[in-house]
Design a protein around this ligand. Structure first.
Ligand code: PLP
Length: 231
């Protein structure tokens, strides 16, 4: 068995153990494999291990992999910062975007979504740590943006995404803030069902707070060797 297949099994066990600890059903959180910086062959191995949903952050790199893997029935998620002049290929080729943080980007994604495809699934990214350098809308603006996304015909609002600061002390409270937003959105009648939260280091904490989709990169593919953010 390859290293990635073994890592997929370990990760699934972690998810199931966390779901059990949380008193939730097994496989309560979907596993989104974050394949940024890793080659198409790594994604093929993950696919043969049963994974079908992959997350990418850098658009050019992602599009090369979508082309190279067009023979596989994969579900692609865009999870990185998205500039408004780069929305078209995302609207045309991805199933999900987790990182919507501006109304302008949402409007363009909606306009550019081909009508032959189902609406693009969208999570509003929330700056849960409230650090100015971080991506996402401030928590107090998240519901406004969510309502706007829900009103756009080419989009389907699914929920919220957030990335807590690396310190484990804060993870639970940041994740519970996202959960509170989801509950508020549901209370006002928005059809949301997704909390995209938890990564390699903190997926257990996220699942305890209600995560429905964990985004896991290094625990599946190994450590990345290039920088995290594009300008
Ligand atoms: C890179 C990345 C991940 C995966 O992080 P790991 O710590 O490698 O699991 C998850 N979410 C986003 C938005 C990312 O950019």
């Amino acid at each position: 068995m390859g290293a990635i297949s073994a890592a997929v099994q370990v990760c699934r066990k972690r998810i199931d153990a966390a779901c059990a600890e949380a008193g939730r059903t097994a496989e309560c959180a979907r596993l989104l494999a974050v394949s940024k910086t890793f080659p198409a062959n790594a994604i093929r191995e993950a696919y043969t291990s049963g994974l079908t949903a992959f997350g990418e952050s850098y658009l050019r790199e992602a599009l090369d992999k979508l082309d190279a893997l067009a023979d596989l029935p994969l579900e692609w998620h865009f999870i990185g910062p998205l500039q408004s002049n780069k929305t078209r290929p995302v609207a045309e080729r991805f199933a999900w975007v987790h990182s919507v943080e501006r109304e302008k980007v949402a409007c363009r994604l909606s306009e550019q979504r081909p009508s032959a495809l189902p609406p693009l699934n969208v999570c509003v990214q929330v700056n849960v740590s409230n650090e100015p350098s971080k991506h996402g809308v401030p928590p107090e603006q998240a519901l406004d943006l969510a309502r706007r996304v829900a009103s756009l015909p080419g989009l389907r609002l699914r929920g919220f995404m957030g990335i807590p600061e690396a310190s484990p002390d804060h993870a639970r409270s940041r994740f519970s803030l996202l959960r509170a937003l989801l509950e508020q959105a549901q209370a006002e009648g928005l059809a949301v069902d997704t909390l995209s939260m938890g990564m390699s280091a903190d997926l257990e904490a996220a699942i305890l707070e209600g995560s429905t989709m964990v985004r896991v990169g290094s625990a599946l593919f190994g450590s990345r060797n290039y920088k995290e953010e594009t300008p």
